[in-house]
Design a protein around this ligand. Structure first.
Ligand SMILES: Cc1ncc(COP(=O)(O)O)c(C=O)c1O
Length: 405
């Protein structure tokens, strides 16, 4: 059979790194690679009870549902968002199969082949894949610790007339970066002035380590000015369980209606059984208390990983201490190639994601992403030991100066 794949499908190649990471699925590898939440914290019993409650409602609970999603869950999300300074009516929300689908639907309804999309550099790898799948031209904007450089962004906006700007302003994947409030406000002002839509992807905003810290979403800041400049997406993957695959998008009805029509073509609706169970869970379980437990545990794990790395006293290796989320971002000495290091690391029994994967512009090859949320404290300790051995082997093999001081 001559399988005549579309040009795009042929063009989107399997990444070499993904192939290596497939080897890391077994128990013998400690993986700091995946963006996985801690399984020990999954609210398994509460979820089981939630599903029981749905089944007690009889056969109707197992029927097809609305494309936009289970209405009581949309109402519950609208209420929750309102409490966080993000006013939205249930009709301005579409429930999606994870926030991944929300990004895909946005791409479907917005992108014409050749449209320019602007992103931070580095940025979320799977968003890059989606935009490329829709034949967009994805371009990066210079980004520092406070967010996108606004002068650079304005130059790009004027020169490239982007269709939208995709940002993850709170505990970004992969960097853990948080945009300052000033940059968030400046982004809104600039996008309003030039009539460019902002897509705010916020899967990690709830996972903040300092409960009193405030990181107002771009959506909430825009809402104070009447709203409409932002489509916001988030998910229950990090706060409940990823297996539910429940996310949502919210924004102007024009956008939400278009996304719902695209969703109908894609999958009719996300699992209504899962949506009903999540609604029951939100009604009978203290999700905020649960989120507090996640925050405390991830903060402990982030600090443990940081302390273990510090004890290694590697010369010329830097990493950040994120204020939330699930990732540390590490920069190795100039000339070290994180992808080559990964080959050695997998032999030593530890994995991470080389940072080059996340860049849309020129890849910075001596960077890597470490996930700290998934590994137990014991695994964190053993994994950092293995990482240390990998670095030493890598440096010996490549005849470079050892970086252990
Ligand atoms: C930045 C970002 N956006 C979206 C997603 C997709 O999450 P989900 O589809 O599980 O909601 C992820 C997953 O890790 C992510 O890191």
């Amino acid at each position: 059979m001559n399988y005549r794949l579309s040009a795009v499908a042929q063009d989107v190649k399997a990444s070499g790194v993904r192939e290596i990471l497939k080897l890391t699925q077994g128990d013998s590898i400690i993986s700091f690679a995946g963006g996985l939440p801690a399984e020990e914290l999954f609210p398994k019993e509460a979820l089981r009870q939630a599903f029981d409650r749905v089944f007690q409602q009889g056969n109707r609970a197992l029927q097809y549902g609305l494309t936009e999603g289970y209405t009581p869950l949309r109402e519950a999300i609208a209420m929750r968002m309102g409490q966080k300074g993000m006013p939205v009516s249930p009709s301005e929300i579409v429930l999606t199969t994870g926030s991944q689908q929300a990004i895909d639907l946005l791409a479907r309804v917005l992108i014409e082949p050749g449209d320019v999309i602007l992103v931070e550099d580095p940025t979320y790898l799977s968003a890059l894949q989606i935009f490329r799948y829709h034949s967009a031209i994805v371009e990066s904007v210079q980004t520092d610790d406070d967010g996108m450089d606004m002068a650079a962004l304005e130059r790009k906006v004027l020169a490239r007339k982007p269709k939208f700007i995709y940002v993850t302003p709170t505990f970004a994947n992969p960097t853990g970066r948080v945009w300052s409030t000033e940059r968030r406000q400046a982004l809104i002002a600039l996008c309003r002035q030039h009539d460019v839509l902002i897509v705010e992807d916020d899967p990690y905003g709830e996972i903040k380590f300092d409960p009193s810290a405030s990181y107002p979403s771009i959506y909430s800041l825009d809402a104070r000015d009447g709203g409409g400049a932002v489509v916001y997406t988030s998910t229950f993957s990090k706060t409940v369980v990823p297996a539910l695959r429940i996310g949502w998008a919210m924004g102007h009805p024009t956008m939400i209606d278009a996304m719902a029509r695209a969703k109908q073509a894609a999958d009719l609706h996300s699992s209504s059984l899962d949506q009903q169970a999540l609604f029951q869970l939100l009604n009978h379980f203290d999700i905020d208390l649960h989120i507090t437990a996640i925050r405390m545990e991830y903060k402990k794990r982030m600090w443990l990983m940081h302390d273990l790395l510090t004890q290694k006293r590697w010369d010329g290796v830097r990493w950040n201490k994120p204020a939330g989320g699930m990732f540390l971002w590490m920069t190795l000495p100039e000339g070290v190639v994180a992808e080559d290091l990964l080959h050695v690391a997998v032999r030593e029994g530890v994995a991470f994601v080389p940072g080059a994967e996340f860049f849309c512009g020129a890849p910075v090859k001596n960077t890597l992403r470490l996930n700290f949320s998934h590994s137990s404290p014991q695994a964190l300790e053993a994994g950092v030991e293995r990482l240390d051995r990998s670095l030493q082997h890598y440096l010996n093999e490549s005849n470079r100066t050892p970086i252990l001081t």
